[in-house]
Ligand binder design. Structure first.
Ligand SMILES: O=C(O)CCC(=O)C(=O)O
Ligand SMILES: [Fe+2]
Length: 349
């Protein structure tokens, strides 16, 4: 779910700036009395940084703990148990990816993760011309931790509702009505939930390399360890833990739909020091795969003149086609799946 940016960034050489991310309060956003002022501030911050803390949501601390605890239990399973649901067995790009098995900036990420999407049967209409249909399909669940399935599917659904609520606000601030949101999400849902563990490491400080998220928007929940950094004009900003706050960031698809008015920003994670583990989970909201080619929104003239155009990596340009774009990122990041199920794609490159 990510696109690689600027393959030359070296973690130790970059400046770290101590400024912090702006805070979005959902209660303020949804209160008609404060909505206009909220939208005005949002428009500015969305173009400057595109990353926020999100507070005032209705996901309880207990629900967060339940998810975090089961995620930890999953990562504590034996390597053999985790590898039984290796993503390498799934043409749908679902399941477990071990440490250093995924690359960002052509460099291995020092993290392990499980990828989960909507629990749906494989799309029978798949063909060589529309391989992206394979992104729909069943998840892989660990036999050794049967409780994981219900907790994670419930968490995914709650995150989806919250992400759609946030999307409505973002688009309202751009003078779009609710039909703009409905256009993106009506139909079979498409999203990805990643439970992530960053084990401590000195030799490879790249938890995940610098990248932009590819979807509409991402909701992220992290523990207290820290390590997430966001790029700004002044250098890297640390995005430490804030109690009960999600982090929300704009993805490249939303940048494309708004002709760059909304900014999809570059971020990365520095792996913790040896002996410390960091846990996070990320929910990536994407448009329905069946949407076909994206039609950019019409912005009012005063906003349109501030839109800078999308800034995606020229070596890895975004497709207008939702499905083709979504599978392109997966084929690049998860080579074990590509080699096993899509070898002709490798030989065509
Ligand atoms: O773990 C984190 O804090 C961020 C993860 C991330 O950026 C990603 O998986 O796209
Ligand atoms: Fe990301």
């Amino acid at each position: 779910m990510q696109n690689v940016i600027n393959s030359n960034v070296k973690i130790e050489e970059t400046k770290v700036n101590m400024d912090s991310l702006p805070i979005l309060n959902l209660q303020e956003a949804e209160n008609p009395e404060s909505a206009e002022a909220f939208d005005e501030t949002f428009r500015k911050q969305a173009r400057e940084i595109g990353f926020f803390y999100l507070v005032g949501h209705d996901i309880s601390h207990e629900e967060i703990l339940r998810l975090e605890n089961i995620a930890k239990e999953f990562f504590e399973l034996s390597v053999t148990d985790k590898n039984k649901i290796s993503m390498a067995y799934s043409r749908h790009f679902r399941g477990y990816t071990g440490i250093e098995e995924e690359n960002t900036q052509k460099h291995p990420d020092y993290r392990e993760q499980i990828d989960i999407g909507p629990e749906l049967p494989a799309d029978p209409l798949v063909s060589d011309l529309d391989l992206w249909r394979n992104l729909q399909g069943p998840n892989q669940w660990p036999e050794a931790l049967p409780e994981l399935k219900d907790i994670v599917l419930d968490w995914g659904e709650k995150n989806r509702q919250l992400a759609i609520r946030v999307l409505r606000i973002f688009l309202r601030a751009l003078y779009q009505d609710d039909t703009a949101v409905d256009y993106l999400i009506k139909g079979t849902p498409h999203h990805l939930l990643k439970l992530i563990h960053y084990p401590g490491n000195y030799e490879n400080p790249q938890g995940v390399g610098a990248h932009k998220d590819a979807g509409l928007l991402t909701l992220l929940l992290q523990d207290k360890v820290g390590g997430l950094q966001v790029q700004s004009d002044k250098g890297w900003i640390n995005a430490p833990y804030l109690e009960n706050a999600f982090i929300v960031n704009i993805g490249e698809t939303l940048e494309l739909l708004t002709n760059g008015y909304l900014r999809a920003n570059i971020h990365r994670v520095i792996a913790p020091k040896k002996g410390i583990s960091r846990f996070s989970n990320a929910y990536f909201l994407s448009p329905c795969l069946s949407l076909g080619e994206l039609i950019p929104f019409k912005l009012p003239a005063n906003l349109a003149k501030l839109a800078k155009g999308p800034t995606s990596d020229p070596n890895n340009p975004l497709f207008q086609h939702v499905g083709k774009n979504a599978i392109k990122g997966r084929l690049r990041s998860h080579l074990a799946v590509t080699e096993r199920f899509y070898p002709h794609i490798l030989s065509n490159e």
